[in-house]
Design a protein around this ligand. Structure first.
Ligand SMILES: Cc1cc2nc3c(=O)[nH]c(=O)nc-3n(C[C@H](O)[C@H](O)[C@H](O)COP(=O)(O)OP(=O)(O)OC[C@H]3O[C@@H](n4cnc5c(N)ncnc54)[C@H](O)[C@@H]3O)c2cc1C
Length: 459
């Protein structure tokens, strides 16, 4: 008998799940995927590079077109929004944005992959013309339209938010030739790093000509007579702006799930088991930015909205839905980003996280180079490691430096995943040749120093 799966949200998590389930189950599953937007299977991660001009066209950001999904047997329905869930009857109420009508769709299995909802600060003027978020391809198009409008005139961009989307958008605006200011409420940009590492990012951005204002509280957006943004008002003064970009973070998009009474965790994300089944709710599954995940270092549930997790969780979900078996074993908090030629990476816990969780930790920071010092192009890199006192267990790592720095974090992520000590990390057999690293890779130097510090620690 054919079972019907309804997938709500047809991007990374939803379409990974839909494709994998259909691949495994074939005609045994009828898969209907709904999305309220006009796009499917697109890379939001690529939007800053498209807006900045590194990626030539929006088509390059689309991994699989609607026609390709339909050819694979998935009934993909765009501009169709799930507006209510009836879990008792196994039905979704759907609004068709093409016709304005609503209809009910029965399901045997329901997949929620509704993603994240960008936070929009509740201040006067936030909806003014020229204030734009960065979440969807439509947002990217709107940003490009605004940039076109500014051609030939005054070109000042203020980016609100100093997280990874904020700094990537700052780079995009620099690449488009705008004067850029980043305002952030945190002590340093990239609050996912410790402040001492964030300071390196801050200094590098200033050296690139990007103004960075920290510890700033947004008060509102000032507008002209036509309702267009002219400045960003804060508790530290007013920053003139022809374009305001919001990079103010996002939380799980779970309003639909909450209204249906589904279990949400501390961060408002759906709570699932290892196979991505929503807890205590037979026939309902969830994956991607709308769920919380287990942090393997702290043991806590966290909301880590990243494409890498959305794709993996979707595949795990689809495997189970399609009759196979797979689990999503959690995250360690690895993320990489860049602003112009500065690369930024992190994994595991920050000092503040260690304190909150109850780990006793020590930290070491080392400066080195990305290549052998004598090899052309060798550039500075700073590595910070956190280790548990006494045991020496690696708890976290952060890397800030020039080209070739960021992906060094992957070695640390593997070490964290396997609960290695800094002593063990120091002994790892990492690759070496002058064009790629000094003979002692910066990660190994940092681990060795951390191991020394753990041994010398008597507290
Ligand atoms: C600018 C930017 C840069 C990023 N860069 C990176 C990066 O470098 N690395 C990384 O790992 N991650 C990055 N991310 C995060 C990554 O894009 C997300 O983690 C990923 O897209 C999550 O996939 P998802 O399928 O869970 O959610 P989404 O991609 O948000 O998809 C959810 C879909 O659900 C639809 N939807 C929601 N509610 C309903 C409803 N009721 N009915 C119908 N449809 C609905 C939405 O329209 C949307 O299409 C970036 C994100 C942004 C915005």
């Amino acid at each position: 008998m054919t079972r019907r799966v309804v997938v709500v949200g047809a991007d990374a998590a939803g379409m990974s799940a839909a494709s994998q389930a259909k691949r495994l189950a074939g005609d045994g599953l009828e898969v209907i995927a709904l999305d309220r937007g006009r796009h499917t299977s697109y890379s939001a991660c690529g939007i800053p590079y498209w807006v900045g001009g590194d990626v030539a066209s929006v088509e390059r950001l689309v991994a699989r077109t609607p026609a390709e999904h339909r050819a694979n047997g998935i009934d993909l329905r765009l501009r169709q929004e799930a507006v209510a869930l009836d879990l008792d009857r196994g039905e979704v109420e759907v609004r068709d944005h093409e016709t304005g009508s609503t209809y009910r769709l029965g399901y045997d299995e329901l997949v929620l992959a509704t993603g994240a909802r960008p936070r929009r600060p509740d201040v006067p003027g936030i909806d003014a013309a020229g204030v734009l978020g960065v979440q969807t391809l439509d947002d990217g198009e709107a940003l490009l339209d605004e940039l076109g409008r500014l051609d030939g005139g005054s070109r000042r961009a203020v980016v609100v938010g100093g997280g990874y989307i904020g700094i990537e958008m700052a780079e995009a605006m620099v690449n488009r030739g705008l004067d850029v200011t980043v305002v952030t409420r945190s002590a340093q940009p990239m609050a996912t790093l410790d402040p001492d590492m964030g300071l390196l990012v801050h200094e590098a951005m200033e050296a690139m000509g990007i103004d960075v204002a920290t510890d700033v509280t947004l008060r509102g957006i000032e507008t002209d007579g036509s309702g267009r943004a002219t400045a960003v008002a804060t508790d530290q003064g007013t920053y003139p702006a022809d374009l305001v970009v919001l990079g103010t973070g996002a939380g799980p998009e779970t309003a639909l799930a909450a209204a249906a009474g589904l279990p949400l965790g501390r961060w408002g994300g759906l709570v699932t088991d290892l196979q991505m089944r929503v807890f205590d709710t037979p026939g309902v599954w969830a994956a991607g930015d709308c769920v919380e995940s287990i942090d393997r270092v702290s043991g806590n549930r966290v909301h880590m909205a990243l494409g890498t997790h959305a794709n993996k969780q979707g595949r795990v979900l689809g495997t189970n839905l399609g009759g196979g078996y797979a689990t999503f074993p959690g995250v360690v908090g690895t993320a990489v980003s860049k602003v112009c030629d500065l690369e930024i990476a992190r994994t595991g816990l920050r000092e503040a996280d260690c304190a909150a969780v109850g780990f006793a930790w020590l930290a070491v920071t080392v400066g080195s180079t990305t290549r052998a010092g004598y090899y052309p192009g060798a550039a500075p890199v700073t590595v910070k490691l956190l280790a548990e006192r006494r045991t020496g267990r690696l708890l976290g790592g952060q890397v800030v430096g020039r080209e070739g720095s960021a992906k060094r974090v992957d070695a640390l992520a593997v070490a964290l995943w396997n609960r290695m000590t800094v002593e063990e990390v120091a002994a790892l057999d990492l690759g070496y040749a002058p064009p790629f690293s000094p003979v002692w890779d910066p990660v190994l130097i940092a681990a060795r120093k951390a191991a020394d510090a753990v041994r010398a620690d008597t507290s």
